[in-house]
Design a protein around this ligand. Structure first.
Ligand code: ADP
Ligand code: MN
Ligand code: MN
Ligand code: MN
Length: 337
């Protein structure tokens, strides 16, 4: 029987890319091959030379449609050269991942996001005063006063599991209507592939509830938590030895390195990394054990075991995971080589 392949790609929208997708019907036994789209409608090509190429790179079972249907993540190529489009960062990540493959870098990313309905975070008052009660009871909350959107989160988690993603957990966040899911641990390219599919499923499922899932880094100004994408990482040496953990932290804080990393840690990090709301100010680099006000946190258990991983708390919710995984792999693996 014919089946559906949903071709998914990352567009060229600034300052943060959007996900695009379209459906291809394939005949029984036919594999998803190269396809094309109108790059002039996705900020990826001029109207006069508008075609871009979709190259399938990662495929999973489609947990929404079921049956034989699949989700196909694609890299965008420029047709004239068949080179990766400059808005797509997977190829550069793959290059660095291959260079340091012997260090077996693992990543676990914590994707925070905020549900919106009719221009307000989900669960926020629909009439009168705009704001709900201040932050406090919402993080990992239970109950209708504390929680909004759990049915969407549950549907998304089930979908990720059915698709075979390495989703490792979910939780309600500090701001009402804000949530998180975690993917990993996975290699530098694989974490990006699965994060983008995880986001695609989130948007699609929220859409079916008439809700928008936003990865804006500071969705509400003022005394409300921003949304990050804490990035946990370890090399084989870090998983064995505390010296490697410290060496990795030092490399991340070497002169010029924090600035280079922040450049790829998502649009609007200055608004989120204020030094308040469990962040370190973007102008200061610091690492520490159990320190949620540090740039990099060494988890308590890791300090105890004298091995494991660390958490870079700076990446924004709106990062391109391929860019962050490339930067960290390059900095840490060159220092530990
Ligand atoms: P937090 O306490 O910061 O909220 P989470 O439980 O939300 O942490 O996320 C921790 C993430 O770290 C998970 O995605 C998990 O898969 C990942 N992780 C665990 N061990 C490692 C490791 N050795 N290397 C890289 N990532 C890891
Ligand atoms: Mn978390
Ligand atoms: Mn969180
Ligand atoms: Mn965290």
């Amino acid at each position: 029987m014919a089946y559906r392949a949903e071709y998914i790609w990352i567009d060229g929208t600034e300052p943060s890319a959007l996900i695009r997708s379209k459906t291809k019907i394939l005949q029984d036994g036919e594999e998803p091959g190269l396809w094309g789209f109108d790059g002039s409608s996705t900020n990826q090509a001029p109207g006069s030379n508008s075609d871009c190429v979709l190259q399938p790179v990662y495929q999973v079972y489609d947990p929404i449609r079921g049956g034989e249907d699949v989700l196909v993540l694609c890299e965008v190529l420029i047709p004239d050269t068949m080179e990766p489009h400059p808005t797509n960062h997977r190829a550069a990540c793959r290059e660095v991942a291959e260079k340091y493959a012997d260090q077996d870098m693992w990543f676990g990313m914590e994707q925070e996001y905020t549900f919106f309905k009719s221009g307000r975070p989900l669960g926020w008052p629909e009439q009168g005063v705009f704001y709900p009660a201040p932050q406090g009871p919402y993080y990992c909350g239970v109950g209708a006063t504390e929680i909004a959107g759990r049915e969407i989160v549950e549907a998304h988690t089930t979908a990720c599991m059915k698709a075979g993603l390495m989703i490792s957990g979910t939780n309600a966040e500090v701001m009402l209507g804000q949530w998180e899911f975690q993917i990993g641990p996975l290699g530098p390219v694989e974490i990006g592939d699965q994060m983008w599919i995880g986001r695609y499923l989130l948007y699609l499922i929220a859409e079916s509830f008439g809700v928008d899932a936003s990865i804006s880094a500071k969705p509400i100004k003022g005394d409300w938590n921003g949304a990050g994408c804490h990035t946990n990482f370890s090399t084989n040496a870090m998983r064995e030895d505390y010296d490697a953990i410290i060496k990795a932290c030092e490399a991340m804080g070497a002169p010029g390195v924090p600035e280079e990393h922040l450049d790829g840690y998502g649009h609007g990090y200055e608004e989120r990394l204020t030094g308040l709301h469990e962040t370190a100010h973007y102008s200061q680099f610091r690492y520490g054990v159990s320190d949620r006000g540090a740039s990099i946190r060494i988890p308590w258990q890791v300090a105890q075991d004298k091995k494991g991983y660390v958490e870079d708390r700076r990446p924004n919710a709106n990062i391109d995971p391929y860019v962050v995984a490339r930067l960290i792999t390059s900095t840490v693996c060159s220092a530990l080589a």
